[in-house]
Design a protein around this ligand. Structure first.
Ligand SMILES: Cc1cc2nc3c(=O)[nH]c(=O)nc-3n(C[C@H](O)[C@H](O)[C@H](O)COP(=O)(O)OP(=O)(O)OC[C@H]3O[C@@H](n4cnc5c(N)ncnc54)[C@H](O)[C@@H]3O)c2cc1C
Length: 380
């Protein structure tokens, strides 16, 4: 079996950037792209407006195609599979050892990693870059898949801008959900944070900030049971959109199934039941509202909104690594400070599978660059 210098696992912005650097450096990287979603998370989105170099924005799939073309141009080899396991081999004696020794026969003494793919194929490499990203946890309610990218979002930084002056719902009760909700108050006419429990997991300071924000309403003990969209029977015109029958906090239309105010609104900014407020003008196939249920009383209701931001956590795609490298309790790969070295020499990690904070295409790409340079230094 041929021993490769380096195999990159994952074909998002982190993986492609690492591939561009390594192939330009002459290291002939092999990229295992992922069987189902080559190109990573951005192939599932439409407009990307915050990736530098594209003043008019670029479609996510087009951006990823361009990254792939750039990596291919310099000699990256692609394998459209999933990696199922990575192990360090005890010795390299059965390998083609052209990478093991210098011309004078000096051994590098570096370990060799064997990657097993879902096809059964095996790859051996001197270094491995893990760039497998993470997946957003989903609500699993009707309408979520259908309106994903059309009002249902998992990234406030990415999509908040598209919902200026429209009512927004955020689902979640941790710090991330509160951060996203507070951030979204810059854009939305109102933001309602919905949490299934009575207590929030977020830090006290975040909850205080949220309570102090007039645009933000906390709705505790409540779950979203369905997401609706499309063009309602009587679509209001743009001028109708400003019609307000009863101005109230939140800019929402909240129709409660039971007595007005029967739903628990948490101990944040209270809103009354039976309010009638401006409807955002929906476009075809976009979110118009949600169904909700009180987890304590069982009461049901509906809430008019143009966007549902789901902030209930992420799952890094790192299970296949087993115990090869150290991870935190949620499965994020641990790296040394600003670098990309994992606890296992020769294994590097970059992008959303490491980063629980920034989770952006550009930050993943930047880390992919660092992983390539770290791997290069390791192999030198
Ligand atoms: C709907 C949506 C819209 C977004 N919009 C923006 C935006 O506008 N701007 C922005 O900056 N960011 C945006 N983001 C976030 C951005 O997409 C991510 O931060 C970025 O893609 C992370 O890059 P990555 O390379 O770390 O991983 P990913 O893009 O997640 O790529 C990981 C890759 O690894 C592969 N993989 C996983 N497991 C394996 C395995 N076992 N074997 C082989 N391959 C594997 C996957 O198939 C995938 O190709 C958005 C995200 C979503 C979901």
């Amino acid at each position: 079996m041929t021993l490769r210098h380096v195999v990159i696992i994952g074909s998002g912005p982190a993986g492609y950037t690492a591939a561009i650097y390594l192939s330009r450096a002459g290291l002939r990287p092999v990229m295992v792209t992922g069987a189902l979603t080559p190109g990573g998370q951005l192939v599932n989105t439409t407009e990307v407006e915050n990736y530098p170099g594209f003043p008019d924005g670029i479609l996510g799939p087009d951006l990823m195609d361009a990254m792939k073309a750039q990596a291919e141009k310099f000699g990256t080899e692609f394998i459209p599979s999933d990696v199922e396991s990575v192990v360090e081999l005890p010795s390299t004696s059965d390998l083609d050892t052209d990478l093991d020794t210098d011309a004078d026969g000096t051994s590098h003494g570096k370990p060799t990693f064997r990657l097993t793919l879902d096809t059964g194929e095996e790859l051996d490499a001197r270094a491995v870059i893990v760039a497998t990203g993470s997946t957003y946890r989903k609500l699993g309610v009707p309408g979520e898949e259908k309106y994903s990218g059309h009002g249902v979002s998992y990234c406030a930084t990415c999509d908040g801008f598209f919902f200026r002056n429209k009512p927004i719902v955020v689902v979640g009760g941790g710090d991330s959900a509160f951060e996203e909700a507070l951030y979204l108050t810059r854009f939305g006419s109102s933001v309602t944070l919905i949490h299934r429990r009575g207590e929030f997991r977020a830090s006290a300071i975040m909850v205080e900030r949220a309570r102090a924000n007039e645009k933000l309403t906390l709705l505790a003990d409540t779950v979203v049971t369905a997401i609706h969209g499309g063009v309602p029977a009587a679509t209001p015109s743009a001028s109708d959109a400003s019609t307000v029958s009863a101005p109230a906090p939140g800019g929402l239309k909240l129709n409660l199934g039971g007595p007005a105010g029967g739903l628990s609104l948490g101990d944040g900014n209270a809103i009354g039941g039976g309010l009638s407020l401006p409807l955002a003008v929906p476009t075809a196939g976009e979110v118009t509202g949600i169904d909700i249920r009180n987890t304590v009383t069982g009461e049901t209701g509906t809430l008019t909104t143009s966007a549902v931001f789901v902030a209930i956590g992420h799952t890094p795609a790192t299970g296949f690594l087993g115990g090869l490298v150290d991870k935190d309790g949620d499965g994020y790969v641990l790296v040394d400070g600003a670098g990309t070295c994992t606890s296992h020499p020769g294994v590097f990690a970059a992008g959303d599978c490491v980063d629980r904070v920034y989770r952006q295409a550009i930050s993943a790409a930047g880390m992919g660059c660092r992983a390539a340079l770290d791997a290069q230094a390791y192999l030198a």
